[in-house]
Design a protein around this ligand. Structure first.
Ligand code: A2P
Length: 335
């Protein structure tokens, strides 16, 4: 692949697709040629890459001939249909949707945690759910040091996780409130401005949501711990782009708060902001625009001798989506 690779971005007009273009630029990914795809309604528009206007194309399998790597964030239904066609055309697919993550033949990768899994791919590689990525990053060093037994995780998830329409809903509802108008839901089942919605991605028969099941199943797959006990609650909050997660992690061996801070600080892609007396801890506003995940409020559990509480924040569009996908593409190139 000397001289660079031909990259396709599917869903290039969306929130994750737009961020993917920025990350490819920032990380100087060796793009020789870029092809961008979106829905029928965007054909004729352009997106910007490396200062140039790139035309948006409609999806057709023939347009993927000669593509080396396709990064897809056009939604699960589209990925289920498109990914096999793209692979057949000769490209490797890195998929950010939920379509392939739990397929046994598809590696589910967070490059800092399980880069070895890249070797098993058969054309499709999956990037995890955004909340899973932010949660699993600090869990990995804790597991390596003291073996995880049980995790209780409660998320505070930004509207960017629902794409451009989620972002527009928070903006428009907030502006309506500022004008003194009633706040009616623009995209979610309820207003998101000045509200919290404890339901993301539909309810299953067991009372858990799809998002909560993703957090459990994907965390187990990435950490290669199929029996890890995880108790999830996922909540949409009126924040634009960062997901925050309050985590309680129980380990077989005791890990002190001081040791945990050192473990987090030494793990690639994680940074520690934990000076409570200085009012320094991770917050969405402070973390937005950064690729690392930030951990703070690290405390030993008052109710359990071998458990820790902590708070982790990551930019949903970056490490939660685009950055992780581009890191997977970099692994693919290296392998
Ligand atoms: P479009 O902008 O034309 O609707 P988000 O997650 O931010 O909502 O973005 C979803 C992305 O997926 C957008 O780029 C959207 O394009 C694209 N998309 C939606 N449906 C299709 C489709 N059937 N084929 C290709 N791209 C699609």
């Amino acid at each position: 692949m000397a001289g660079g690779v031909t990259v396709a971005v599917v869903g290039a007009t969306g929130a994750a697709g737009q961020t993917t273009l920025r990350i490819l630029e920032e990380r100087k990914f060796p793009v020789r040629e870029l092809r961008c795809f979106a829905s029928e309604r965007s054909v004729g528009k352009t997106v910007t890459f490396a200062g140039e206007a790139v035309p948006v194309l409609r999806f057709e399998a023939a347009a993927f001939r000669g593509v080396d790597i396709a990064i897809c964030s056009a939604g699960s239904a589209q990925s289920r249909e498109y990914a096999p066609l793209i692979v057949k055309a000769g490209a490797i697919v890195i998929d950010k949707s939920n379509a392939w993550r739990m397929d046994r033949q598809v590696p589910l990768i967070v490059p800092e945690i399980n880069p070895h899994a890249v070797r098993g791919h058969r054309g499709i590689l999956a990037s995890p759910n955004c909340t899973t990525i932010v949660t699993v990053m600090p869990l990995k060093p804790l597991h390596d040091a003291g073996r995880l037994r049980r995790v209780v995780a409660t998320s505070y998830q930004a509207v960017s996780g629902a794409g451009v329409n989620g972002i527009a809903a928070l903006r428009e509802e907030t502006l309506a409130w500022a004008r003194g108008e009633s706040v009616t839901p623009r995209h979610f089942a309820h207003p998101i401005a000045f509200n919290l919605i404890p339901a993301i991605d539909g309810f299953a028969d067991d009372g858990y949501t799809g998002e909560e099941h993703k957090l459990v199943n994907e965390t187990r797959k990435i950490l290669e711990l199929p029996d890890l006990a995880i108790a999830p609650t996922t909540v949409r909050v009126p924040v634009f782009t960062c997901h925050s997660v309050a985590v309680n992690a129980e380990t077989e061996e005791k890990i002190s708060a001081t040791r945990a801070r050192d473990l987090f600080a030494g793990f690639p892609g994680l940074r520690v902001w934990d000076e409570p007396t200085e009012q320094r801890y991770p917050m969405p506003i402070a973390v937005e625009g950064q690729d690392d995940c930030f951990v703070g409020r690290v405390r030993e559990d008052l109710s359990h001798p071998r458990a820790l509480n902590f708070w982790v924040v990551g930019d949903q569009l970056r490490k939660g989506a685009a950055t992780n996908a581009v890191q997977i593409a970099e692994l693919v190139l290296r392998s």
